[in-house]
Design a binder for this molecule. Structure first.
Ligand code: ASP
Length: 312
C-alpha cells in the first residue's frame, strides 16, 4: 500500500477537439491558468489535512466560477436559450452521494450537490425542486444573466443557424467543457465531483452523465474515484465510471488499465470523451479518446502539472 501520508488531486475541464496550432495562444493560456488555480485550491485543502470531498468541491467551485469552462458561470445554452446546470459529488469512504440536474440559479451547483448528499436522504434532485432546496439551504443564488457568456450565446446562435439549414441540432462532436475533480486525502479516502452545463442546444430536459452516479461520477475507497467528460449518453449506456471501478475491484486491474479499457468500450459505441481517476493505491491520472482533454494533477510534494493536447 502507498504511504497514507500522501495525497493527490486531478482536475479536468472537459475533453474535445482543441488542436495544437489551431488553438489561439490566449485560449490555451486561460485554460491552463484555470486548471492550475483549481489544483492549487484543492491541493491546499488536502495539504492542510482536509478531506477529499472538501478538496474536490473546492477545486470544482474554482472552475464553476471561471467563465471559460462549461459549468456554473460560462455554461452552455439550451435550445430555448436557458442555462440548466448539472452536478454531482461522491465520497468513497461511505458511498454517500449527492447530485442535482437542471438547476438554474445556484452559483455553485457542486455545493448544492454536496448539500443533497449531506442534508437529505436523497441522491438526485432536479429542476424546480432542486432550485427551491438550494434557497432553503442558504446557498448563494445568481441571476440567469450572471451565468451568461457571449461566446456560449453565439455558439447557440450558430447551432440554430445550422438547424435552419436542416442540420442536426444535437451534435455530440461539439466541444465540451465540463469540469471535474477527483482526490485522495491523507487518510486514503477518495472523492469525485463533476459539474456541467451539458451540451449546447440540449432540449426537453435532457440530462447527461455528469450528475448520474456511476455514469459520469463515482468514488469507492476500494477502487477509484472517477469524473468523466464527453458524450454523456454514451457514458450512461456503459455506466462508465462504475465500470472502471468494478474492473479495479473485481478484476484487480490497475486504474489506468481499467480506464483505458472502458474508454475503448466507449469508442466501440462511437462515444467521445475522457475520465480522470484517483486510485485506492495512490495512483492518479486520466484516459481520453479525443484530440484534447483539459487536465491537470497535483500530488503531495510535487508541482502542479497541466496539459491540454494528447501529445503532452
Ligand atoms: N458529459 C457532459 C454531458 O453529456 C458533457 C461534457 O462532458 O462536456 O452533459
Amino acid at each position: 500500500m502507498p504511504s497514507s501520508a500522501s495525497w493527490s488531486i486531478v482536475v479536468h475541464g472537459g475533453s474535445g477537439r482543441m488542436m495544437r496550432g489551431t488553438t489561439a495562444p490566449e485560449i490555451d493560456t486561460v485554460y491552463r491558468a484555470g486548471l492550475r488555480t483549481a489544483l492549487v485550491k484543492g491541493g491546499a485543502v488536502l495539504a492542510s489535512g482536509g478531506d477529499a470531498v472538501s478538496a474536490v468541491e473546492a477545486a470544482v467551485r474554482v472552475l464553476e466560477d471561471d467563465p471559460h469552462f462549461n459549468a456554473g458561470r460560462g455554461a452552455v445554452f439550451t435550445a430555448e436559450g436557458h442555462i440548466e446546470l448539472d452536478a454531482a459529488i461522491m465520497a468513497g469512504e461511505t458511498g454517500a452521494a449527492g447530485a442535482v440536474a437542471g438547476v438554474t440559479r445556484t452559483k455553485n451547483p457542486v455545493s448544492l450537490a454536496r448539500a443533497v448528499m449531506e442534508n437529505t436522504p436523497h441522491v438526485l434532485l432536479a429542476r424546480d425542486g432542486a432550485d427551491a432546496f438550494s434557497i432553503v439551504q442558504g446557498l448563494e443564488q445568481a441571476d440567469p444573466g450572471w451565468f451568461r457568456v457571449e461566446a456560449r450565446w453565439q455558439a447557440l446562435q450558430a447551432m440554430r443557424a445550422a438547424a435552419a439549414r436542416g442540420e442536426s441540432l444535437f451534435d455530440k462532436t461539439l466541444k465540451y467543457g465540463t469540469v471535474g475533480a477527483v482526490a485522495r486525502d491523507t487518510a486514503g479516502h477518495l472523492a469525485a465531483a463533476t459539474s456541467t452545463g451539458g451540451l449546447t442546444g440540449k432540449r426537453w430536459g435532457r440530462i447527461g452523465d455528469s450528475p448520474l452516479i456511476g455514469a459520469g461520477t463515482w468514488a469507492d475507497d476500494r477502487s477509484v474515484a472517477i469524473s468523466a467528460t464527453g458524450s454523456g449518453e454514451d457514458f450512461i449506456r456503459i455506466a462508465a465510471a462504475h465500470e472502471i471501478s468494478a474492473r479495479v475491484r473485481l478484476l484487480g486491474e490497475i486504474p489506468q488499465t481499467a480506464a483505458d479499457q472502458v474508454l475503448t468500450e466507449l469508442r466501440a459505441i462511437n462515444g467521445d470523451g475522457g475520465v480522470i481517476f484517483a486510485g485506492h493505491d495512490g495512483c492518479s491520472g486520466w484516459s481520453f479518446n479525443t484530440p484534447s482533454m483539459l487536465r491537470g494533477r497535483l500530488v503531495a510534494g510535487g508541482d502542479v502539472t497541466v496539459a491540454i493536447y494528447d501529445d503532452e
